[in-house]
Design a protein around this ligand. Structure first.
Ligand SMILES: [Zn+2]
Length: 191
């Protein structure tokens, strides 16, 4: 029996940039974390966006939105003009779905998707991207300091001093590499 390796999700607090983190190591050896439609369905469910099904073409569409959000967020982080094609895709996705925030009897809230379709779910993600890219929320777009990652992330920390998209992965790896480099320098002072 062969075991198919499915990469785990990188789950963050901000919906739009957590979605872009379904592809990691963009500048190294990219890891696709939604390789098949069922994994997109799983990912959406984690964020309370429960859809009935997902086709291969809906997955392609979702990835197109993902890369458009990443391109636009990267431009904001670099203080460059927004790429027009990315803006178009984000706006189309935002407009082509139905979703409403609704109160639960317990006083919380959740999304109600109009037709439980992938398009409905993508409209929620696109709207979230609009709000962070347009600077509507307290925080700042930044790029991960890891040279193989360079993921765009939303830094909501006080003083906006976050350097890595995720401390547990990119942050720790860089710390480890720096530690090893220092150790090499010490053990080989001539080199
Ligand atoms: Zn990173």
């Amino acid at each position: 029996m062969s075991v198919v390796h499915v990469p785990e999700f990188r789950l963050g607090k901000v919906l739009a940039t957590s979605f872009t983190a379904t592809l990691t190591e963009r500048c190294g050896e990219p890891v696709e974390r939604i390789p098949v439609p069922s994994r997109l369905v799983d990912w959406l469910a984690v964020y309370g966006l429960v859809v009935d099904s997902c086709t291969e073409s809906q997955l392609v569409h979702a990835r197109e939105l993902r890369e458009s959000i990443h391109a636009a967020a990267t431009a904001v982080a670099k203080q460059e003009p927004l790429p027009a094609p990315a803006v178009q895709v984000i706006n189309d996705c935002s407009a082509h779905g139905q979703a409403s925030p609704i109160l639960t009897p317990e006083g919380g809230w959740r999304w109600r998707l109009g037709s439980a379709s992938v398009e409905d779910a993508l409209s929620v993600i696109a709207a979230d991207a609009v709000s962070i890219i347009a600077g509507e929320r307290p925080g700042k777009m930044a790029l991960c300091a890891s040279p193989t990652c360079r993921a765009a992330f939303f830094d909501a920390s006080r003083g906006h001093t976050r350097r890595w998209c995720e401390m547990n992965t990119c942050g720790n790896r860089e710390k480890k590499e720096r530690f090893l480099a220092n150790k090499r320098k010490k053990s080989n002072p001539a080199g």
